[in-house]
Ligand binder design. Structure first.
Ligand code: NAD
Length: 291
């Protein structure tokens, strides 16, 4: 299974990073989103982020120009039908992802591999609603994609070996490292990371500390490069809440109960960096804690 053309669905924080690393590694990339604005922003952001890599001497100006030429955008999902691999990186809601795969299926080549960058949703369930569960895999990049080394590869119950190996080769060509996870709620990274973030929100909710003291404690006390609340803002509070809900429902254990304060921030539309406000307010020169 030679993969040369890759379709990316969703041009948000993850989709633009995924398109970026694929293009730099030599793949032809077709990016789509329901929002024209998201696509236009993604191209600008990719350009700026590759410029940074040029500035650091990681790639040349000529390679940058080639990489940018390899990225196309389209508002039509059907245009992704001729790609060899599709990486779905749309909003973390099962209904949305399911609808995307349903709309895409009639246009796909029979051997196109379908993958999802979902942080938590069952790969087996997403796969079962397609015509090719054996060619379906979880392809979970970390944020920010151009910087983070890991890609979690998650086999659904029906995923076959050639599909897994083809995706493993893509990870290698990207210069990243794959870790294999079984298909249980939130896989490995978020199974461990998200309850810690949720616990930090509980500590804030219960008044154990404020935003600064909680983040400073974990940075200086546990040597984490970012505090858990800063990290939650970076990931997106809607995504954090969606992952906690998947853990709570999927494992039926009250220890995964999402903190009501996390729900409140999401209800307010304070989703973190992407909306300029979350546990910190990013509208000024420096981030200001909101509690
Ligand atoms: P985001 O909100 O930045 O972007 C989501 C994009 O999907 C938006 O541009 C939206 O317009 C688009 N979209 C929504 N419905 C669509 C549809 N029907 N067709 C095409 N595009 C559609 O979210 P994100 O942080 O990029 O997350 C995307 C996926 O990646 C989620 O599944 C998330 O769980 C996963 N993920 C996120 C992170 C993270 O740190 N944010 C890390 C790993 C994986």
């Amino acid at each position: 299974m030679a993969i040369e053309r890759v379709g990316v669905v969703g041009a948000g924080q993850m989709g633009n990073g995924i398109a970026h690393v694929l293009a730099v590694a030599g793949y032809e990339v077709l990016l789509t989103d329901v929002s024209e604005e998201a696509m236009a922003n993604a191209i600008k952001l990719i350009d700026r982020n590759i410029d940074r890599q040029v500035g650091r001497g990681l790639i040349s100006e000529a390679d940058k120009a080639e990489a940018m030429k390899r990225i196309g955008t389209t508002p039509k999902l059907a245009d992704l039908g001729q790609t060899d691999l599709v990486i779905e990186a749309a909003t973390e809601r099962e209904m949305i992802k399911q609808a995307i795969f349903e709309d895409l299926l009639p246009h796909l080549k029979p051997d196109t591999i379908l993958t999802s960058n979902t942080s938590s949703i069952s790969i087996t369930r997403l796969a079962s609603r397609t015509d090719r569960p054996e060619k379906f895999l979880g392809f979970h990049f970390m944020n920010p994609v151009p910087v983070m080394q890991l890609v979690e590869l998650i086999r659904g119950i029906a995923t076959d070996e050639p599909t897994f190996r083809a995706c493993e080769e893509v990870v290698q060509r990207l210069g990243k490292t794959a870790a294999t996870a079984e298909d249980f709620p939130a896989f490995i990274v978020n199974r461990i990371l998200m309850p810690m973030i949720n616990e930090a929100v509980y500590a804030l909710y219960e008044g154990v500390g404020n935003v600064m003291s909680i983040d400073t404690s974990l940075k200086l006390g546990a040597n984490h490069p970012m505090g858990p609340l800063e990290l939650a803002d970076f990931i997106g509070l809607d995504t954090c809440l969606a992952i906690m809900n998947v853990l709570h429902e999927g494992l039926a254990d009250t220890k995964y109960r999402p903190c009501p304060l996390l729900t409140k921030y999401v209800e307010a539309g304070w989703l973190g960096r992407k909306t300029q406000r979350g546990f910190y307010d990013y509208r000024g020169d420096v981030p200001v804690p909101t509690r």
